[in-house]
Design a protein around this ligand. Structure first.
Ligand code: EZ4
Ligand code: CO
Length: 408
């Protein structure tokens, strides 16, 4: 069956999402997520101007061939814009194949390997007390694993730390602010390194030894600082320490790895198996953080995770709110099917987003499940989508106290 129509849909129900919708000549519809936070329109142009014209008239069931055609064909390989565009096409084709064969995509990936996918939620606070409240809220919401981020004394707003919650409040934090220029935040690594281990210790004392705790350092540390932090956190047994050093410098984690047994995760900004060669083959990480949305879809992310499996490295698929419900569904089908699943990030989408994207995945007792609907299991409501126009929004920029632009 051939692809007859390809539409790029931009909607902004609280944040911007880029969706590709493919329709076959027999009327089957597939959706794909190509959202690239803060650079959404670059993917829109890549798709509309350079990909859509190639898709119309192609066979819908040659998924691997289409992936290779879009990856090798243009000569210019990899990069977040290209790989998000390929992801959108790839997910839509898996969605179509699932619907045409009448099975959920995970069945096409080899079937179910587990009852559900353990998810971790986000908890943050400007103070330790506020963080405790946020953790309790997430536990009440059903999470069985929690990422903890905390404000640093002397610093203002810190990325990953939302507004403090009241007891019972639902976590709803969107770090990409609506504005034509990014906001700027200040950063002091020494203050952070002094503070964080005391907070993790306090969380362990309050919530016990068994709760899986994760932390994201957001690429801010040097290899030696990463080693120091990993060692300082070792007694508190983190599930993982994420992105301690800038992710594109794969060798940086050699120093960290040789100095600490704290498990390491990286890769939400990586988009190809080649970005992981050293990280995986030298076993420098425990968890792969790429999303299906930014790493060439189900096909691209599966290539990375199959390579990782050879080295005993597991998945920790990115699931922040800038992954649309379509991208989240794609992740969940991989989570359920692949043997080397580790954990799945889950930042719950707001109600407006769930009006635009009707999902069938479930979150019960801390576990996510993609559901049994054929394909990916997500439908797009055109009318709801049209009500939310694109609005520029950016992640913040990070500067050291003296004004130097810093990694983050
Ligand atoms: O910064 O999704 O682990 N999750 C994260 C996220 C990312 C954003 C980037 O678009 O670090 O908050
Ligand atoms: Co992260």
């Amino acid at each position: 069956m051939k692809i007859e129509r390809a539409e790029v849909i931009v909607t902004s129900p609280g944040r911007n999402f880029v969706t590709l919708r493919l329709t076959t000549s027999d009327g089957v519809v597939g959706l794909g997520d190509g959202t690239l936070n803060g650079r959404e329109l670059a993917v829109v142009s890549y798709l509309r101007d350079h990909v859509v014209p190639l898709l119309v008239g192609r066979e819908a069931d040659t998924i691997e061939d289409t992936w290779q055609y879009l990856y090798r064909g243009p000569y210019w390989r990899r990069g977040p814009v290209t790989m998000a565009a390929i992801a959108a096409v790839d997910m839509a084709l898996w969605d179509i194949l699932g619907k045409r064969t009448g099975v959920p995509v995970y069945q096409l990936l080899g079937g179910r390997s587990r009852r559900g996918a353990l998810a971790y939620g986000h908890a943050s606070g400007t103070t330790v007390e506020a963080l405790f409240t946020a953790i309790r809220n997430q536990l009440d919401h059903g999470f069985r694993a929690v990422r903890i981020q905390v404000g640093v004394p002397g610093l203002g707003k810190v990325y990953g730390v939302g507004t403090d919650q009241r007891a019972g409040e639902r976590y709803d934090y969107e770090p990409a602010a609506r504005s034509v220029v990014p906001v700027e935040e200040a950063w002091d690594t020494e203050a952070y390194l002094r503070h964080l281990p005391t907070v993790v210790e306090a969380v362990r004392a309050e919530f016990g030894e068994a709760l899986p705790l994760l932390h994201d350092a957001h690429h801010r540390l040097t290899p030696n600082e990463g080693a120091q932090l990993g060692r300082a956190l070792e007694p508190h047994r983190l599930f993982w320490l994420e992105d301690c050093t800038p992710a594109e410098d794969q060798e940086a984690l050699r120093r960290v790895r040789s100095q600490t047994t704290t498990p390491l995760a990286t890769g939400e900004v990586l988009n190809s198996v080649h970005d992981y060669r050293t990280l995986i083959s030298e076993r420098l990480i425990d968890y792969v953080r790429s999303s299906a949305t930014h790493a060439g879809g189900i096909t691209g992310l599966r290539k990375i995770l199959d390579f990782a499996a050879v080295y005993g490295v597991r998945s920790g698929i990115h699931g922040a709110t800038d992954i649309s419900p379509v991208g989240m569904a794609a992740a969940l089908h991989l989570d359920i099917a692949l043997h080397n699943f580790g954990i799945q990030e889950l930042m719950l989408h707001n109600e407006r987003t769930l009006e635009v994207f009707r999902t069938s995945y479930t979150f019960v007792d801390g576990l996510l499940d993609p559901g049994e609907n054929p394909g990916l299991g997500v439908e797009l409501d055109d009318e709801a989508a049209a009500a939310y126009e694109y609005t520029p929004a950016y992640l913040p920029v990070n500067r050291l106290l003296d004004g130097t632009i810093h990694d983050w």
